[in-house]
Design a protein around this ligand. Sequence first.
Ligand SMILES: *Cc1c(COP(=O)(O)O)cnc(C)c1O
Length: 326
Amino acid sequence: MFAALPRARLAHLPTPLAPLPRLSAALGGPRLWVKRDDLTGLAAGGNKTRKLEFLVGAALAQGADMLLTAGAAQSNHCAQTAAAAARHGLRCGLVLRGTPPAALSGNLILDTLYGAELIWAGDRPREAVLAEAEAAARAAGHRPYAFPIGGSTPVGATGYVLAMAELAEQSAALGVTFDRIVFASSSGGTHAGLVVGASLTGFAGQVLGVSIDHGAGELQAHVADLATRTARLLGRADTYAPAHVSANSDYLGGGYAVIGDAEREALRLFAQTDGLVLDPVYTGRAAAALIGLARPGAFAPTENVLFWHTGGTAALYAYGAETLGN
Ligand SMILES: *Cc1c(COP(=O)(O)O)cnc(C)c1O
């Protein structure tokens, strides 16, 4: 179905699908499972690697010699982009929010090791700085392929359409039907890809994105639009409305990357039950939502609920003190 789209192999696939027996017991049900996209194998792993397979595929097909993208200073997306560029011998420019920190930590160490050029945007809109960087790269004789924050274009989201097909095979082999998939959603590419993949594979459960930084209505509208454009790219006529998209924005707390007690508790619980390492910005917030929904019994005890682990491990090391609460 996607034979026509160029793809650069970057991820170790399929990622493991495993039960979480001790976490399930600690929460008193449902039956919890994890899809380990923190183990995609590029940089410190994470969900951007599946998107980058198609973004780098498109870049190489166009004859690009450079990847350009943007993110937060501790962007997992930027670190995985830097790694993908290095693997394919491409230059890499990263537009980051803010100003250079006194000491590099977490993903900034990876960005630097992979040889990416860091372009600090201060408080200017990163889209504008990215456009300038693209123009400057062209003027310098490079052939950049630029993509927005999170790699959330229809090309990038295609990685998560395929991920649903991967999950369908694994769940058939295990004989498990998932009632819900819960994951962190921000720039929407993962969410949109899963929504399109769910309809292509006939997945009947809920695809519940836990919003990291937007109101639910805004996220649903954005994901529906991106899902529709992704379906078009794949030659499908399906149109998705915001009502087709499940999103929960009850766990925004103090905002993006503001770590609260809910994230701290989730990181400890996941680590101390089934040994999973989460990050405090994305997966920790999604896990807090999962815990918050499971406790009052929003899920039936017999349900199979899949936590799709989207990575973020390297960012944990940049937020150690706040995560441990000292
Ligand atoms: C980027 C990211 C997300 C969100 O994915 P989007 O496709 O941007 O919505 C979730 N978790 C982690 C760890 C991420 O780095």
